[in-house]
Design a protein around this ligand. Sequence first.
Ligand code: SAH
Length: 209
Amino acid sequence: MMKKHLSMLLSRLESFESPKPELEQYRTPGDVAAELLWLAYSLGEVDGKVIADLGAGTGVLSIGAVLMGAEKVYAVEKDENALEIARRNARSLGVEDRIEFINADVSEFSERVDTVIMNPPFGSQVKHADRPFLLKAFEVSDVIYSIHLAKPEVRSFIEAFTRDHGFVVTYRLTLPFEIPAQFHFHRKRLERITVDIYRFERKIEKAIL
Ligand code: SAH
């Protein structure tokens, strides 16, 4: 599947019905999701792999991962309504069999996976809302793809937080991210922000002989 085609399929999926600001329900735009998945795919971390999508929302990343050959995806999402949309979206592309939909808080998830892909809350509405996601990802996987705001203070937090948990940042890709003005505090029709797509990997301690 070409990146362009993936991006188009994902951008046509159904979005959040009534996004909840406290959960920071911003769906990942098709082009951003396609970049993340393409990077992960090209590094051999999607095809044939078991993947967790933490805070799966309407399923954009989960569905994209299956389209790129994932063997199984756990879509973990605490909002039941969002998960229902994710199910419908998966069915519309015939990929629901490879996705296990889990209606739970990310902290309750405990399966070991090959790769985590996620677009967690940015922590701009609820401070530090991204932390339980990062902590869970560090716990269940050695390889993590995650999307965060491209801001100096977020970057230094991510660098330090990953290092403190035995991970290293191996990629950081900066992209524009468009969100429709869905919340009352958005004045413009389309909010344009800039995000970083990261790849983190668990650091292997090499024995010194
Ligand atoms: N990953 C999706 C949605 C991103 S928005 C996408 O790429 O389009 C972040 C999602 O995390 C929302 O759907 C929100 O409901 C969910 N969420 C927020 N806190 C959560 C938590 N503690 N446990 C599980 N899901 C959570």
